[in-house]
Design a binder for this molecule. Sequence first.
Ligand SMILES: *[C@@H]1O[C@H](CO)[C@@H](O)[C@H](O)[C@H]1NC(C)=O
Ligand SMILES: *[C@@H]1O[C@H](CO)[C@@H](O)[C@H](O)[C@H]1NC(C)=O
Ligand SMILES: *[C@@H]1O[C@H](CO)[C@@H](O)[C@H](O)[C@H]1NC(C)=O
Ligand SMILES: *[C@@H]1O[C@H](CO)[C@@H](O)[C@H](O)[C@H]1NC(C)=O
Ligand SMILES: *[C@@H]1O[C@H](CO)[C@@H](O)[C@H](O)[C@H]1NC(C)=O
Ligand SMILES: *[C@@H]1O[C@H](CO)[C@@H](O)[C@H](O)[C@H]1NC(C)=O
Ligand SMILES: *[C@@H]1O[C@H](CO)[C@@H](O)[C@H](O)[C@H]1NC(C)=O
Ligand SMILES: *[C@@H]1O[C@H](CO)[C@@H](O)[C@H](O)[C@H]1NC(C)=O
Ligand SMILES: *[C@@H]1O[C@H](CO)[C@@H](O)[C@H](O)[C@H]1NC(C)=O
Ligand SMILES: *[C@@H]1O[C@H](CO)[C@@H](O)[C@H](O)[C@H]1NC(C)=O
Length: 694
Amino acid sequence: MEIFLFRIFLSSLFAVCHSSVYFIDETPGFGRRFDGIGGLSGGSATSKLLIAYPQKQRDEILDILFKPNFAASLQILKVEIGGDSQASDATEASHMHNSSEESYDRGYEWWLMKEAKKRNPNIKLYGLPWAFPGWLGNGTQNPYQNIDQLAEYVRKWVQGAKEFNGLTIDYIGIWNEKLYNIPYIKRLRQVLDENLLTETMIVAADLNGDQNLASHIIADPELNNAIFGIGLHYPATNTTVEQLRTGKPIWASEDYSTFNNNTGGACWARILNQNYVNGFITGTIAWNLIDSYYTGLPWDRDSLMTAREPWSGYYQVESPIWVTAHTTQFVYLGWVYLRHGSGVGFLENGGSYVTMTTDESINNDFALIIETMTQEHSACIRPPLPYYPVAPQNVTFVLKGKFRDTFGSLNVWYTKLGFNGEQSTFFKQLKPVTVTNDKFSLSLELNEIWTITNAGDGNHGITPTPPPSKPFPLPYRENFEEYVDDSEAYYFAQQCGVYEIVTVEKPYNKVMRQTILQAPIVWCESAALTNKTLNLIGATNWTDIYIETDARVNHDNGTSGVFLAGRVNNAGCTSYAAWGIFFFIQPAHQTFSVSSDLQMTNVLVTSRKSTSISNEWNKISLLISKTYSIGMVNGEQLFNITIRSSVPAQGFVALGTQDFESADFDNVNITNIQDGVDRLKQLQDQRLYFHGSN
Ligand SMILES: *[C@@H]1O[C@H](CO)[C@@H](O)[C@H](O)[C@H]1NC(C)=O
Ligand SMILES: *[C@@H]1O[C@H](CO)[C@@H](O)[C@H](O)[C@H]1NC(C)=O
Ligand SMILES: *[C@@H]1O[C@H](CO)[C@@H](O)[C@H](O)[C@H]1NC(C)=O
Ligand SMILES: *[C@@H]1O[C@H](CO)[C@@H](O)[C@H](O)[C@H]1NC(C)=O
Ligand SMILES: *[C@@H]1O[C@H](CO)[C@@H](O)[C@H](O)[C@H]1NC(C)=O
Ligand SMILES: *[C@@H]1O[C@H](CO)[C@@H](O)[C@H](O)[C@H]1NC(C)=O
Ligand SMILES: *[C@@H]1O[C@H](CO)[C@@H](O)[C@H](O)[C@H]1NC(C)=O
Ligand SMILES: *[C@@H]1O[C@H](CO)[C@@H](O)[C@H](O)[C@H]1NC(C)=O
Ligand SMILES: *[C@@H]1O[C@H](CO)[C@@H](O)[C@H](O)[C@H]1NC(C)=O
Ligand SMILES: *[C@@H]1O[C@H](CO)[C@@H](O)[C@H](O)[C@H]1NC(C)=O
């Protein structure tokens, strides 16, 4: 701290002799409008475990993300419009599983949007589909089969947000990282307008590169009118001449996706500034908002922060949160950038600076954000970052135009991302910098972020230390009685299929039902194209475990089955390739089988009949020890097999269905192997008691 003050002091004394000079001046005119910094929940299921947190920690986390002048103070929340399909870390439910039903209570994105709005009524909301329910494809993987129907489907989501959740959707996208369709974009605009949803703007097309969208916009006035802004993914801070010629706002509508240690923070700091300096990009959205998905799922911690232990309440605030604060706590939506060369640019010895202000000549509020990220520490996950040099440097900023003759000193907020054992400092207020003759000077070192502003409302929000980290607690028991219909069970992470709470007959009452009856239009293959559904729970490092559930297949005409599994080692877009121990039963046939893969190709127990299997509810147990595995249905032990080398050493517990079919699960019980052995004995005794010994 002393060192920094000393450096500022020294550099202000000797500034002129040792410094490169930059200007902050609106007289040459303003640059583009600043559209905000955001986070993306979904794409998919990245916030799954957040809603399950104890209220206290949940509120702390939500404050860290959304509360103005507290921490990240995000200005845009982008969410997935669930499409009943896997899109990275689990499946999010569609608001219309089939053409004749609708629900605006599913999942957790509505909840998250409401919590964000509660904290910041000015936050902008942005919805985008990754996948679509199968009926929209009419038997194909193409959602544009019937563009009226698709536009209506998206329109209903926007309307449902308003009518059932009190949310205005500000921006709507097309189809994440897939084909766009020009007639559909025009039709969507019409349908929104016809339904008086004119405030919802279309951002297109959420692709890697714009795939000629900009030239279509220039050539087609109707398309030009339909589209508000261009959304690019991972643009590497670059835009094309064509994109700029459209005159549309250009956003990095998905960016970052980098492990959230200091390297991730440095990536984020670099792109937040350089997206504008290099590409005139005015909005940047991080995938993803928060790692609230199980450890062991893909894209570990590629998030602004981490909160994936609802059972303990433990969470981690990571450097990207404080990097974000450097802009969002001082720059408001609707402010404008200054022009390149008069407030925006690259620094002479590496790094960059941007200045934002209001476009009123009488209002001289401004914020200058400087970053000096080095190439070796600030690469994002993609694309590769070409080498560039950065060196410590002294800089002098000269205030001109409306910023002249007003400031004796300016507030200073500072971050240092430490590498190789260096100390880190996150979003700390330093002593104000003195302005002398409309000049101030700073001495910049490597991997620093500085915000210089006349605003006084920055705040390094403080939350209590969260409770300590703990593994997933056993025994786990769930009878779903506490859930409302259509909601999702907190700890189940559906990798394929959609599992929702429904009310059935007593004594089961609330059960968890697989509800998808047709393969969706997928974003990534997952298990979907193999017609299996898969719902994970627990921990990726479970080895010895006991799992029990009641299950039935609805309307079973002999084609369907359910399974229980352990040591499941694959999830996300490759969940179709999951291995483990999979215990399938086909109730209508009274058959069962065991395989070491979800595809049932690597058979451990070939299909057999058992009269213990009922075509109604079955109590199914699977015990997995180090060396053997036992399966039981309704108290009858069906197998005790030696574990073969094809079975992974560890993995999640799972349940699922053999096809896209309606199946119910209740009274899920997961416990350790000792209790499991006792439990099998107990179930066997009960059976003998009821059925008599043979
Ligand atoms: C749509 O789903 C609802 C609720 O599951 C069901 O009652 C209805 O029969 C389904 N309609 C069609 C056309 O599949
Ligand atoms: C669905 O496809 C079938 C033939 O594959 C066609 O006859 C039918 O009109 C299509 N339905 C819609 C709504 O597009
Ligand atoms: C971005 O532009 C820079 C030059 O401005 C270039 O070196 C780099 O290769 C470009 N990156 C991509 C991914 O186009
Ligand atoms: C951050 O994590 C990434 C990925 O694990 C690693 O390559 C990088 O070295 C880490 N950076 C720091 C500063 O630990
Ligand atoms: C910055 O200025 C200080 C004091 O004027 C000087 O000691 C230092 O060498 C300068 N640093 C650089 C990188 O020029
Ligand atoms: C699994 O990993 C967690 C967290 O790393 C650890 O606390 C727990 O003991 C591990 N469990 C097993 C069975 O190895
Ligand atoms: C999935 O189900 C569909 C419709 O029943 C069928 O056409 C397809 O062959 C099935 N795919 C697999 C891999 O079983
Ligand atoms: C089984 O039931 C499903 C759904 O009711 C139906 O689509 C299918 O044709 C039936 N299959 C047989 C073999 O009856
Ligand atoms: C299952 O098999 C293992 C080893 O093959 C044996 O130790 C164990 O007692 C058996 N358990 C039951 C309940 O059959
Ligand atoms: C779960 O297992 C425990 C211990 O093995 C047993 O006491 C309990 O009754 C089981 N719960 C259910 C709902 O089956």
